[in-house]
Design a binder for this molecule. Sequence first.
Ligand SMILES: [Zn+2]
Length: 291
Amino acid sequence: MAQSTHSYSRRVSLAGPSLVTRSWDRGSVLGGVMVAAMLLGGCQSVAGTDRRQLNTYSVAQEIALGDEAYAEMQVGAKAINAGRDYEMVVRVTNRIAAAADRLHPEIASRFEWEVILIDDDEVVNAWALPGGKMAVYTGILPFTKTEDGLAAVMGHEAAHAIARHGGENMTRQGLVSLLSIGAAVMVDPEDRVIVAAAASAYGLLGEPAFSRAQESEADELGLFLTADAGYDPRESVALWERMAARGGEPLEFLSTHPNSETRIRDLEALMPVALEVRKQRLLERGDRPSE
Ligand SMILES: [Zn+2]
């Protein structure tokens, strides 16, 4: 125990001075002041959980960046605007959006939900941006199989946006760059570099942007969004099993996700409550729960 503490201190003392020296050499007092101000001002709780997160972006800034990234991601994308798959994707979006408004009105009420179905069978992915702009690639549909399966994916993605994981990641990236280049770069929402960083932080280039803690959080919040939207939350487990059974190279969608056994165990622990949420929702809607 004592030894591990000692080696940890040594690592810190080795890494610390060079980082600080570099920062203070190139930057100025401004760098330290900015970092301190960001740390003090940017700490808050995630909607729907008690986790504290560091996010120096305002919701309005995140939405603006999300909208800009959405416009950029649509350039060159082949959109599908009709047909059964499209109608299903729109229907799931609307139901998840309504559930988000009910469960997380403090943030979801500021979103304008929209979805694009992108015709690309090679991309096994889906994403959601702060502001509620979402995308589904046709390549994920063979895995989602049913509307409930698609709802599991879209609930998970919407949860990333509601939990403000994009802003949290951008804050982390921003702090890293502030520390390493001495606060020379101000965060400018108009800056293309920042938009590219946002695209990466929001998981537009695949899910690896998200940490495991964020993934577990999106699983939990997404499960309840799906259930409150009236979809069968058990489909999330079936979906991850299908994804895991695919084998071969890791899917973009799975690459940094918790291993499937852990995530399925965590989802199943929440399932009784999620099923109750769904039952209540269906009763309120006047539907008869099938089981
Ligand atoms: Zn995720």
